[in-house]
Write a protein that binds this ligand. Structure first.
Ligand SMILES: [Fe+2]
Length: 375
């Protein structure tokens, strides 16, 4: 290319606005760093315009005008070439993004499928993961993908809060959240001390006033176990739901109704009255199943959302499934152990227990919006 930064002297008949335009274009070209194809295309386009303006000023010197027009043609070709490259690159990036998204969704489906086929009677389900292991995070995430929960051996050296913070850090859970029900009581700490005086249980998910899927992880840390009993039971509600869907689709679909389940806060510690209505299950387009299935004193079912008897059949199926050894497991935590569970994919409960009045059972709970993952 010719040196385009030095405007030629004014030709006869050329207006003063042409050198001014040339100056502006030259300055614009100086500001471009030409470090990528798009800026290279912009530079070439400016170069084309500059050559054309100069050619217009050389009408009295046809040979020079032809040279400048040839330069303009070369720059125009460079513009087209660079623009084509930018478009191709952009299309490749978009294709790669879509491909990554597809893979991510496929991965999510595979993880979901694992839990739908989990067998809680397998001793591997209650395997403990030592958080001191170098691959503790991978083990915890693997257990949660397989079963919807994982049991961690955390030790008793730290305070419960610090232990839960460490566990959350290992699993990328971020800061714990305070559920809406906490605002109905005087305890608004995100670390809830669960003792003998807390709410009556039954199958439930935590965060009864939250929309389904808001609180996706529950972590429980055992400070003191009960004298006997006092396990935390987990129920693979999504697996039971999909099995019901295969044999009684109308009953299963009734639990997808957006108004089928109302949960009302009836806390022993206070906070009566507020409620949340929504579906018991949500099926995503990618095949994942989320749940707020609960079956306790907080629940009110709307039997009119589907054909007569459908909700009744659905509840009977779920209650029967919850008794199957394959689909439920009672996890009795020892002091220093934690249970991490997908609150949006499992229902949980507490079994009966006998306490030692001098050293009552004490668990500390934290809730998270995120899910355990490898950071
Ligand atoms: Fe709970």
């Amino acid at each position: 290319m010719t040196d385009l930064h030095s405007p030629p002297p004014l030709a006869e008949g050329v207006t003063s606005s042409q050198p001014q335009a040339q100056q502006i274009l030259a300055e614009l070209m100086d500001t471009l760093d030409r470090s990528d194809a798009l800026r290279e295309a912009q530079y070439a386009a400016l170069e084309t315009a500059l050559s054309l303006i100069r050619a217009a000023g050389h009408t009295d010197r046809p040979a020079e005008a032809v040279d400048l027009l040839r330069n303009a043609l070369g720059s125009a070709r460079a513009t087209v070439s660079a623009t084509g490259y930018v478009l191709t690159t952009a299309a490749d990036v978009i294709r790669a993004d879509r491909s990554a998204l597809r893979k991510e969704r496929l991965g999510e489906r595979v993880r979901e499928m694992k839990q739908l086929h989990a067998d809680y009677s397998d001793p591997d389900a209650s395997r403990r993961v030592d958080v001191r292991d170098p691959d503790a995070t991978a083990q915890l995430v693997g257990q949660i993908e397989q079963y919807g929960f994982a049991i961690a051996q955390c030790g008793e050296n730290e305070t419960p809060e610090n232990t839960l913070k460490h566990l959350a850090g290992l699993c990328g859970l971020g800061a714990p959240v305070t559920p809406e029900t906490a605002h109905l009581t005087s305890d608004v700490s995100p670390y809830k001390h669960v003792s003998a005086y807390t709410d009556i249980e039954g199958w439930h998910v935590d965060g009864l006033l939250e929309t389904l899927g808001t609180i996706r992880t529950t972590a429980l840390y055992c400070v003191r176990a009960a004298r006997s009993g006092g396990a935390t039971a987990v129920f693979n509600a999504p697996a039971a739901f999909m099995e019901m869907r295969a044999v009684d689709r109308p009953a299963a679909d009734a639990l997808l109704s957006p108004t089928v389940l109302t949960r009302r806060a009836k806390l022993v510690t206070g906070g009566y009255g507020q409620s949340k209505t929504g579906p018991a299950f949500v099926l995503s387009k990618d095949g994942t199943v989320s749940t707020r299935y609960s079956d306790n004193h907080t629940c009110r079912w709307d039997y009119s959302v589907a054909e007569s008897g459908a909700v009744e059949r659905a509840l009977a199926f779920m209650r029967s499934a919850a008794l199957e050894r394959r689909l439920h497991l009672a996890v009795r935590l020892a002091p220093g152990e934690s249970l991490l569970l997908r609150n949006d994919r499992l229902a949980h409960d507490r079994t009966r227990y006998e306490d030692d009045p001098d050293a009552p059972r004490l668990l500390v709970r934290a809730l998270y919006r995120d899910v355990p993952h490898e950071c």
